[in-house]
Write a protein of this length. Structure first.
Length: 140
């Protein structure tokens, strides 16, 4: 994904990342529920973004991310997000302090608590983060 220049472009980049990754979001959520993660939230990362890449590399290591980026096939769909995406489920209470510290502008959404109407997720791209709720009926 290219680096957005305005707030509207940044929001659109986050929204595109989330909407194009809904199968991954719900699969990651389902795995977390099976593993009994308490109130899971999903952190969805654009690994090719500078900030997202730093986070993903911190979690998985340079080699894993470099290999994933190299293996990413842009495919035939011109509307598909052309980036490498990683998702991780985190327990709400464990993730809250770190996410509020890293992204203080997300504090109101995070401090509201887990939603009942869908999966809460934080999308990281364009050098920042945005919070979303993927409604249950968006499940592919």
């Amino acid at each position: 994904m290219s680096d957005p220049e305005t707030d509207d472009e940044l929001f659109a980049a986050h929204q595109l990342l989330v909407e194009s990754s809904l199968p991954l979001v719900f699969a990651t959520y389902d795995e977390a529920v099976e593993e009994e993660v308490a109130s899971p939230m999903i952190v969805l990362i654009d690994c090719e973004d500078e900030l997202g890449g730093q986070i993903a590399r911190g979690w998985l290591g340079d080699e894993v991310i470099d290999d994933a980026i190299a293996a990413e096939d842009p495919g035939e769909d011109p509307d598909a997000v052309q980036t490498t995406v990683f998702a991780r489920a985190l327990a709400w209470d464990e993730a809250l302090p770190d996410l509020v510290e890293a992204f203080p502008y997300l504090a109101p959404a995070l401090e509201a608590g887990p939603p009942e109407d869908g999966v809460f997720l934080v999308g990281v791209t364009g050098g920042g983060a945005a919070a979303f709720t993927a409604p249950w009926d968006a499940r592919p």
